[in-house]
Ligand binder design. Sequence first.
Ligand SMILES: [Zn+2]
Length: 399
Amino acid sequence: MIFRLLFLVLIWFGVCNAFAQTYVPGESYFDDNGYVEYLAGNLPIIITAPHGGLLTPASIPDRDCAGCSVVNDFNTQELARAFAQAVHARTGCWPHVIFNKLHRRKLDANRDIVEAADGNPDAESAWYAFHAYVETAKNQLLPQFGKGLYIDLHGHGHAIQRLELGYLLSKAELALQDATLNTPFYVDQSSIRHLAGNNVQGLSHAELLHGSQSLGELLAQRGYPATPSESDPFPDEDEDYFNGGYNTARHSSYQNGALDGLQIECNRNGIRDSMHNVLRFADSLSVTVMDYLGRHFFGSADGFLCGMSSTPPEISLLDRLLVYPQPYCYQFAVKKSRQAPPGNWTLGMYDFYGNLLEMHALDDNMELTLNPSPPGHVWLVLWVDGEMKGMRAIFRFCR
Ligand SMILES: [Zn+2]
């Protein structure tokens, strides 16, 4: 038990160090073992490639958990890299990209830690590094842009050659009437929950899923059929379809926050079957994603392209408070962002019944580690110079 705690503490220092570092857009950074790569960015876009790794170190035994998949998604690491390069070629800016470089036999970076690492400490540390880098990317882009898009990139082996976009809604849910899909009950289960209530044209949730300006339809119009989209609004009951996994649930606005996300499962023919097709699709995806961000998130490219931002979005004081990881499982850390205005900051941590658990002063550069006891969802309440500035829910999520 002590060793496990010590291990977690070491991991935690790793996370904090990763956070304290300055990242140069377009440069790659690695965890200690070189199993996870973070290509730093300066756009409000995060891509993860959890199933495209090729490393098979003998020191990590093959995962053999019951029912666990060990099959890689062919050419998805290459596709994520090609996407980043295509975006850079067109804009001069970089998306944030996180690669799991381990083969899925060693680590499945789209599962909870138990199934992901199958108990191996090196695989567990790679899992922590993978998610810490996603948090690092979030913690850079959200204070700057106020929102962003996360894509978890995969490849499927299903018979129908189309992109499967996963918004955490099932086939049956996608087939519901638009009026039903637009009710809070379904919006709250969606990985584009934040966008559904905050988009430039005031489109509804259903329109964003399968309307004429949905991501699926924009891709279909560029020659890459996708579901859901206007032309293929939902998969039929007897058709195979992936609706999003652990990463989409963990890192999208489904939990809370302003980072919308989805899983993109790429078919093989015409996309992943040759490097020529990988590059061609990466270029189309880059154009489509920039178009999508302009239409629905920022109104125009000026709002999000690096170095072109004329009027940075208004950021609330609460957004100057960095909390990570969020959701947490064992503990979380809190610190002021570099842009936080001066003043005496005080934080109260309350349980969900409103009982005060702890009260702390938060000085500049101070990193406060909180271990709610008993562990559970908590509220953080922020005071600056004695005036209450707001509260934020911190969710506990272990699976
Ligand atoms: Zn996959």
